[in-house]
Design a protein around this ligand. Structure first.
Ligand code: NAI
Ligand code: MG
Length: 476
């Protein structure tokens, strides 16, 4: 047996001020209110910094700045000029990638291996990709001279803080909109670092505004009368509230909500490869992934073989310090999320499913949950229906392809699915029948800025990414 020596990434590459103001009209401005919130490192519970809890008046100031910038500057620039700024931002993100990855890991708890190798490269790629579209909108299929919508209000979650910012801001700016973005309360720091990057790129003041705060601030932003477009990623519960609020106002809306994806393994699949895909599907980012493969559907004839291999693989996962380059599973993002994961897992046991985790020592401080799987899960169990948003896999079996389709689609959600099989014809047959926005074949959790992403049913509506993602920010 070889042991791993510690391989910590240095946190000296980031400099975190003890408090932040709001980023409005290209300046750091003090909040008009007095309330502040602390953001912690979930791996240690250490307070990293304090941010403002923006009030309705703060939000109003930010929207006014965005409106002015839209009317006077951004909407008058030709696409090739907007593209220059986006390319510049993309390059600065690449230059500062190490610093941003460490900051993301500190504030969110995700392993540095993921923030460094997945989040940051994708963030830069999104800005490069949409920079390329800014001067080519007339070729996107939305008419001769598609117009921007105006001011976009964007509210994002804590699971991929900087990546969700990129998914929202890059297409909005490429299409000629200006934005006010509110990051999640537990992970505001990379959005605030992005504000600095906007300054470094000489982006005209007011084109991007960042207001920090919790649900109240988000609600104030969404209901502001001078907003033309609302883009939200988060829980289905809040998505429903927002849909109600926006209905009848003429504001355009896209929602990217929860999921309960089926990862379907057929008996002819390459089992070792499938096991890697199952692990990546549910344990990537501690399972804090809306498109996570949280329901494993495995064909009965290979169920024992797959489960044995999967359990063996789980014993090799390393949980611990997210800044360690060898860590596979980092910290749960918040005490609240940990409580939710614990509650649903306990309910899984009470409902009669069998719980299993590899031997695993959890650190004393911070928020942690071991990789967990449940067997003997019925479709009616809450752990098969509700989004747990943690490192917890529910295992079900099936006998025929038709049964796999029926079970996979038996969900209020429809964001993603995975199919593992050697047969190309079966992949197409399944993809045709699965009610999910993305269907991965012999892979899982693969993202690319050129590929659209979004849901069916309670997973939301609208698409982000690709040429489809432009539609959400154009008056078409
Ligand atoms: P949430 O939906 O409350 O938070 C997402 C964002 O919305 C945050 O920025 C939050 O401040 C903001 N927000 C909250 N209430 C709002 C309102 N009334 N109007 C406007 N903005 C509002 O999600 P939360 O509480 O962090 O997580 C709860 C569950 O939601 C998770 O356990 C998970 O199941 C799901 N979730 C799904 C995500 C996804 O990517 N689809 C991301 C985050 C959470
Ligand atoms: Mg934090």
């Amino acid at each position: 047996m070889f042991e791993y020596a510690p391989a910590p990434e240095s946190r000296d590459v980031v400099d975190i001020p003890s408090a932040y103001n709001l980023f409005v009209n290209g300046e750091w401005v003090e909040s008009l209110g007095d309330d502040r919130i602390k953001t912690v490192n979930p791996a240690s519970e250490e307070v990293l910094s304090e941010v403002a809890l923006a009030t309705e008046a703060d939000v109003d100031r930010a929207v006014q700045a965005a409106r002015k910038a839209y009317d006077e500057v951004w909407s008058t620039l030709p696409g090739r000029e907007r593209a220059k700024y986006l390319f510049r931002i993309a390059r600065i993100i690449q230059e500062r990638a190490r610093e941003l990855a460490v900051l993301e890991t500190l504030d969110n708890g995700k392993p540095i291996r993921e923030s460094r190798d997945v989040d940051l490269p994708l963030v830069a790629a999104h800005f490069f990709y949409y920079a390329g579209w800014a001067d080519k909108l007339r070729y996107a299929g939305y008419g001769e001279s598609p117009r921007a919508l105006g001011v976009a209000a964007q509210v994002i979650p804590w699971n991929f803080p900087l990546l969700m910012l990129a998914w929202k801001i890059a297409p909005a700016l490429a299409c000629g909109n200006t934005v006010v973005l509110k990051p999640a309360e537990t992970t505001p720091l990379t959005a605030l670092a992005f504000a600095e990057i906007c300054r470094q790129a000489d982006l005209p003041p007011g084109v991007v505004n960042i207001v920090t705060g919790a649900g109240e601030t988000g609600a104030a932003l969404v209901r502001h009368p001078d907003v033309n477009k609302v883009a939200f990623t988060g829980s289905t519960e809040v998505g429903r509230l927002i849909a109600r609020q926006v209905a009848g106002t003429g504001k355009r809306l896209t929602l990217e909500l929860g999921g309960k994806a089926a990862n379907i393994v057929f008996e002819d699949a390459a089992i070792d490869q499938a096991v890697e895909g199952i692990v990546n599907g549910i344990f990537f980012n501690q399972g804090h992934v809306c498109c996570a493969g949280s329901r494993l559907l495995v064909q009965e004839s290979v169920a024992d073989e797959v489960l044995t291999a999967l359990k063996r693989r789980l014993t090799t996962l390393r949980l611990g310090d997210p800044l360690d380059k060898n860590t596979d599973i980092g910290a749960i993002n918040s005490a609240a999320q940990l409580a939710k994961i614990r509650e649903l897992s306990d309910i899984g046991e009470q409902e009669g499913a069998q719980r299993w985790s590899p031997p695993c020592t959890l650190p004393d401080r911070g928020f942690w949950f071991p990789p967990t799987l449940f067997t003997g899960v019925a479709q009616s169990h809450r752990i098969a229906r509700e989004e747990i948003f943690g490192p917890v896999l529910s295992v079900l079996t099936f006998r025929t392809p038709a049964e796999a389709v029926e079970k996979a689609n038996n969900s209020p959600y429809g964001l993603s699915a995975g199919v593992w099989t050697e047969k190309g014809s079966r992949i197409l047959w399944m993809a045709d029948r699965l009610r999910a926005g993305v269907v991965w074949a012999n892979t899982f959790n693969k993202f690319d800025p050129a590929s659209p992403f979004g849901g069916y049913k309670e997973s939301g509506y609208g698409r982000e990414g690709g040429v489809h993602g432009l539609e959400a920010y154009l008056n078409v």
